[in-house]
Design a protein around this ligand. Sequence first.
Ligand SMILES: N[C@@H](CCC(=O)N[C@@H](CS)C(=O)NCC(=O)O)C(=O)O
Length: 203
Amino acid sequence: MKLYFAPMTCSLSPHIVLRELDMPFELVRVNNQSKRTADGHDFREINPMGYVAALVLDNAEVLTEGPAILQFLVDQVPGNSLAPAAGTWERARLQEHLNFISSEIHGGSAPLFNADIPEPVKAIFRQKLFKRLDFLNRQLTDQDYLMGGFGVADAYLFTVLMWLPTFNIAIEDWPALAVYMQRIGARPNVQSALAAEAATLPV
Ligand SMILES: N[C@@H](CCC(=O)N[C@@H](CS)C(=O)NCC(=O)O)C(=O)O
C-alpha cells in the first residue's frame, strides 16, 4: 500500500492512522506545485484532481478523499479502537465528525491559503471559521477526544488545526483546543509521522 502525501497537508491524517494501526505502507512524496511524485509519476495520473491524499492498494486500486481513506483503513483492522464498527449508530456519529472537519474546518480554511483572495474577503472566512472553532472548543472542554478515546476524527482534526498559525490565528484563544493539540501532538505515532514526512526529500 502506498500513501501519496505532501508535508503539512491533510494527508498527515491517514499517515498517522496507518501508524496507529501498525499497517505496512510506503510513503510517497508529491510536489503539490509540479504534481511530480517521488516515484516518478505525474500525480494527476493517480488522482485526476491532483490533490493529496491518495492511497494506492497493492491491487492498484486508488482511493482518494480523506474521510473515505480513514474509514477504509480502520475497517482493515477489525476490533481496533480508532473507529466504531461500520453500520452502527456510533459510526454515523463518526461520519458526522469527519464531514464537519472536512467541510467546515478543512474546506473552510482553504480560502485562507489562497494568496489571490483579498484580506477583507478572508476576514469573512475567518469569522466563519472562528464560530466552528468555538463549537469545537465547547465540545472538547469536557472531553479529551472527539469520541471517547483517540480515533481517526482526532487525527484529522489535529491535522487541520495545525494550519492555524499559518493564518496568524492563535489556538490559545480556544483553550480546550490548545490543550487538545498538545495531547494529540504528544502521541508517539503523531510525532513519528511528522518526523518521517520531514525526513523525505523534496520532489
Ligand atoms: N477533498 C479532498 C481535499 C484534499 C486537499 O485539500 N488536499 C490539499 C492538501 S490539504 C492539496 O493537495 N491541494 C493541492 C491542490 O489542490 O492542487 C480531501 O478531503 O481529501
